[in-house]
Design a protein around this ligand. Structure first.
Ligand code: AMP
Length: 502
């Protein structure tokens, strides 16, 4: 694993102009928890010029924010102020907030890297939450360090803050944005505004909504449903929206390029109840299952999903072929985090703690097991073994996306391509290795067709190796800068464990 390379699978949320900004953001982050479980944070502010308040910590949203933290984020004065009679319960509430959930599997899994990041520079206070991955981060960081910038964190998002603080760019957000390359869906808070922007290819999602006249930004629309906001529209690839006292305005600082939305968001990453580019994610997954059944049919008695990631595709697959759909794997939803050091024993437990098989449903049957993807093959191998042990007569693996053969440089965490099983082996060899009677992957055209969207609107780099944004030489050297080394472990034990657990 290249531990110098930060990878973020993050979620961002922002509110402008609501007296419940802090609580709305807190709940918004709950809806985005699947996008990052390592750390969470919120920064709030009141009227223009007021002090930003920040709370970030490692862990799940439910662990990071306790009652008093939320009170502070709301802008509630300290108890001593109440005691002295200098504060009353109708204190002015903070009306602006940005929030972030983060998942990183690299050595940079530390509290200092938790977002939103916040600085107080010549330009004033700025806070930022970033989803994505800057491909020219190493080069920009080196350039900034040569000019004397002192970095506090090892995340690429900090580069945006340093660029903003540079007098040469006049602190102009639009100038700064033209310098960064790669995948970025960002929410930012300045002394007066909330700014949201998406890179020109629009790799990661970002949507705009409204609640009680206040603007809301979120990585995924499922968060609008939770807080009761009305979806207005997606932020366009390459669009910058600036929300202030006088309303919202939109800028387009980038050259026009083709959209390249991450297909893997539809396949696995986004929540099924989200709508991206006008299309519901669950519907796409069901279509992917149907299409997979058309492309790789098989005679079988039952179709079972690997929950939860394979649920919709398995349903579509079963429906298409008229085969019975069974939920034979039972998922344990209460695992949370474990901090045991990885060992073979622990790894084996980890594969089993999440799912258990109802043996009698599969005994003597020809079983199709559907999952959204095979990365290293760990999950699939364990499931096939489990099915055999429980007496399944045949086990046919069906995967609702094409083989993963290439690295992602735009924010999805995949291991080194050498560890991608499909990078090293043919599907036939993989079936043999995993112990399955057959294996079938969805084709690239079939996958695109399932979305109903134009073929040239996606990034398919992890499947076909065609990278919409070139990866500059030395990109992988980020992030410690030159010879510096991380003090954090190369791979956090929990990342190692949870990488396997999905
Ligand atoms: P593996 O066991 O390495 O083959 O991983 C495949 C399983 O992990 C599938 O069940 C996927 O749903 C899930 N998965 C795929 N990509 C990721 C990712 N980037 N992070 C976490 N889990 C993933």
């Amino acid at each position: 694993m290249n531990h110098h390379k930060p990878k973020h699978e993050c979620g961002v949320f922002a509110v402008f102009g609501h007296t419940n900004a802090a609580e709305l953001t807190y709940y918004g982050l709950f809806a985005l928890q699947h996008r990052g479980q390592e750390s969470a944070g919120i920064v709030t502010a009141g009227k223009s010029g007021s002090q930003f308040i920040r709370h970030v910590d490692m862990g799940l949203v439910s662990q990071v924010f306790k009652g008093p933290d939320l009170e502070r984020l709301k802008g509630r004065p300290p108890e001593s102020e109440f005691a002295k009679g200098r504060a009353t319960e109708d204190y002015p509430k903070n009306t602006r907030a940005i929030g972030h959930v983060r998942y990183s599997t690299t050595g940079s899994s530390t509290l200092t890297n938790a977002q939103p990041l916040m600085v107080d520079c010549a330009r004033g206070q700025i806070a930022i939450g970033h989803n994505g991955n800057l491909v020219n981060a190493a080069l920009l960081r080196e350039e900034l360090e040569d000019k004397g910038s002192i970095f506090q964190t090892t995340v690429d998002s900090e580069i945006i803050l340093h660029l903003l603080a540079q007098p040469s760019d006049g602190g102009n957000v639009l100038n700064v944005l033209r310098r960064i390359q790669g995948a970025f869906s960002v929410v930012m808070m300045t002394e007066t505004e909330i700014i949201g922007f998406r890179d020109p290819h629009g790799f990661r999602p970002l949507s705009l909504g409204m609640l009680d006249g206040a603007y809301v930004l979120t990585s995924e629309t499922c968060a609008f449903d939770l807080v009761g906001a009305k979806f207005i529209r997606d932020i366009e690839p390459g669009e910058v929206v600036i929300i202030g006292e006088n309303g919202i305005r939109s800028e387009r600082p980038f050259d026009d390029v083709r959209p390249a939305f991450c297909m893997f968001e539809y396949v696995y990453f986004a929540r099924p109840d989200s709508i991206i580019s006008g299309v519901n994610v669950a519907r796409v997954r069901t279509e992917m299952g149907r299409q997979l059944a058309i492309e790789t049919p098989v005679e079988a008695d039952i179709v079972i999903p690997v929950p939860d990631s394979g649920n919709y595709a398995a349903f579509g697959f079963a429906e298409q072929l008229g085969i019975r759909f069974e939920q034979a794997f039972v998922r344990n939803h209460y695992i949370g985090r474990t901090f045991l050091q990885p060992s073979q024993l622990i790894r084996d437990f980890n594969v089993r703690v999440k799912l258990n098989l109802i043996g009698e449903m599969v005994r003597g049957k020809r079983v199709v097991v559907v999952d959204d993807s095979i990365v290293r093959g760990t999950t699939a191998m364990a499931r096939v073994k489990n099915l055999r042990e429980c007496g399944a007569k045949e086990v046919h693996l069906r995967v609702s996306c094409p083989p993963h053969r290439h690295a992602c440089h735009y924010g999805i965490d995949f291991p080194d391509p050498k560890k991608l099983i499909a990078n090293q082996h043919t599907p036939e060899a993989i079936a043999g290795y995993l112990g399955a009677d057959s294996i079938g992957y969805l084709s690239v055209p079939g996958m695109i067709k399932s979305t109903g969207l134009p073929a040239n609107s996606f990034c398919l780099a992890c499947f076909n190796g065609e990278y919409p944004v070139p990866i500059p030489e030395g990109a992988g050297k980020f992030v410690m800068g030159k010879e510096r080394k991380s003090l954090a472990p190369e791979v956090s034990p929990q990342a190692e464990l949870f990488g396997k657990l999905k």
